[in-house]
Design a protein around this ligand. Structure first.
Ligand code: ADP
Ligand code: MG
Length: 516
């Protein structure tokens, strides 16, 4: 059985045309912001696959089932500043972003917290892994990373998933060669509906409701504030969330990072966050601050820091809080893979369920594990099985395999401890067609499943330390990105990563597709 099905030239051309029309009419687009034409809108489509990529139903379900325990873990770690400082101390010494964030946290702690709720909008990313020595075995899930700040792609995936289901119902996927040949995707339940847009907006709405009425004197209305990148090109992934909130009668506004935050917001004497939209004379009180930026070091100049400090100091519920932001650092992920680490917050059953998805990770410090990792990294032969990662977000920072040794030789050794070394995940190769800014592609592909976990938790102070108590949680939702198997990174902006949706199949079908 071949998948994707073989299409005639005519069918292929029609599919490309159908996809382009869907992209334009549904906003599968990146905005070209640096164009000076006033009377037009210039965009570029985001990369997309033509067909849903085959994915084992069992692993799709398993990834969803893991999320409640990951939510519990990442909420707990975000309230455990003692453990976090221990893990991040080395990084804070050499990394400007970690130190900027830790300084802001320390200042807020010094002032005293006025909000004990935090909203987590997480995305836990997995690849399938097959042990290269046992290629006949079924693949298992391995976590690539868990993102805690500005998790993107939810709306793009939603649009592509809807597109694939639409194309399926029109018969566009029916192979013409040979006529009436068997079609792998027959049941609509093989193409799971995507509700990521609804999930994210419902999470923000739940936090907005939990905040309650305005508390500042003379203020009657509350609103959600999105903190976004100036010159934002990814509006198609953000705006629909805002529109969905307005549809629920929740006012939602956007403020670009930096001086605009200081111009348009202020703190009341009791630290409510007040926002003055340009369109209104009255201030509104901000219930939730949702960061869609703020993870790049260049954003933390004096103005950027003042803005983030003001937001963090306020009574608004943050998504994420500074500590929750820091839990997404790769250094934290690596520390959580240490034997016994998870049991600090989880039951043994939860810990063993999550740790099965961890690929081996090492620090590059002076501990014995760090010394071992340095040996692995400096020998190009062993290094070929690893990825070197800094604690940075946004993509494009990793160093892969054979390049690691040379990279480290050109990096001052005192900076090595800001990196972690992760064993390469060895994904099964599937087939698909893709279209992105790099052009049209047909061939082997690798997919990455993201699970969106949305939860609201409360800090419960217990003497000097604090714990997290989950207040509410939504059913997780998913994203799928797929890339050409010959590239290491997954950048959507560079056109490597394409949005996708899974065609869920049983193991026998999946294994025969992988072997074919
Ligand atoms: P970030 O998204 O913060 O840049 P990631 O850890 O997600 O960092 O890595 C970026 C991309 O690199 C991933 O999307 C994945 O395609 C690839 N990658 C990361 N870790 C591994 C790994 N251990 N094995 C194989 N590929 C990896
Ligand atoms: Mg990533």
């Amino acid at each position: 059985m071949t998948y994707p099905p073989r299409l005639s030239d005519e069918q292929y051309a029609a599919l490309v045309s159908d996809i382009k029309d869907w992209q334009i009419t549904h906003g599968s687009l990146l905005k070209l912001v640096h164009t000076d034409e006033e009377n037009t809108v210039q965009c570029q489509p985001v990369g997309t696959t033509f067909f849903p990529t085959l994915f084992p139903r069992a692993l799709f379900d398993e990834a969803h089932a893991l999320q409640t325990a990951f939510n519990k873990l990442y909420a707990a770690v975000a309230e455990d500043d003692e453990w976090l400082l221990d893990v991040l101390r080395d990084l804070i010494e050499v990394d400007d972003l970690a130190s900027a964030l830790w300084e802001i946290y320390s200042e807020v702690k010094e002032e005293g917290f006025v909000q004990d709720l935090t909203l987590g909008i997480f995305r836990s990313d997995y690849m399938m892994h097959v042990d290269s020595k046992e290629s006949l075995r079924r693949p298992e899930l391995k976590q690539v990373e868990l993102n805690t700040v500005s998790c993107a792609g939810g709306v793009h995936t939603n649009i592509v998933s809807d597109m694939h289901r639409h194309l399926h119902r029109t018969g566009a996927y029916h192979s013409a060669q040979p006529p009436n040949s068997e079609n792998l995707i027959t049941r609509s339940s093989d193409l799971p509906p995507n509700s990521t847009l609804k999930t994210i907006s419902a999470g923000l709405a739940a936090a907005h409701k939990a905040y309650g009425p305005a508390k500042s004197q003379g203020v009657t209305e509350t609103c959600i504030l999105f903190i976004v990148a100036a010159d934002n090109f990814n509006i198609a992934d953000e705006r629909p969330i805002e529109y969905a909130l307005w549809d629920e009668s929740i006012p939602s506004y956007r403020v670009p990072w930096g001086h605009e935050v200081l111009i348009h917001t202020s703190l009341s004497p009791t630290r409510e966050l007040l926002y003055r939209p340009a369109s209104r004379s009255n201030a509104m009180e901000v219930s939730v601050v949702y960061f869609r930026t703020g993870f790049e070091i260049y954003e933390y100049d004096d103005i950027g820091r003042m803005g983030r400090l003001q937001l963090e100091n306020s009574r608004a519920i943050k998504s994420p809080s500074i500590l929750s932001h820091l839990t997404g650092f790769k250094k934290v992920q690596q520390a959580l893979t240490a034997p016994g680490a998870l049991e600090r917050w989880l039951t043994p059953a939860e810990a063993s369920m999550l740790s099965r998805t961890f690929a081996p990770m090492y620090p590059l410090d002076d501990t014995s594990s760090g010394q071992h990792a340095k040996k692995l990294a400096l020998d190009p032969e062993t290094a070929s099985n690893y990825v070197l990662k800094p604690s940075l977000e946004g993509g494009g920072h990793n160093v892969y395999g054979a390049e690691i040794a040379a990279f480290l030789q050109h990096t001052p050794e005192e900076l090595w401890k800001s990196y972690v070394l992760m064993e390469k995940i060895n994904p099964p190769l599937l087939q698909n067609f893709m279209m992105s800014s790099r052009g049209l592609y047909e061939g082997p592909v690798i997919s990455e499943l993201g699970i969106f976990g949305v939860c609201l938790w409360k800090r419960v102070q217990n003497g000097e330390s604090a714990q997290a108590e989950i207040v509410s949680e939504l059913n997780p939702s998913w994203s799928l990105r797929t890339k050409d198997a010959s590239v290491d990174e997954m950048s959507v902006v560079k056109g490597y990563g394409c949005f996708d949706s899974p065609a869920l199949v049983d193991w026998d079908v999946f294994m025969s597709a992988v072997k074919a």
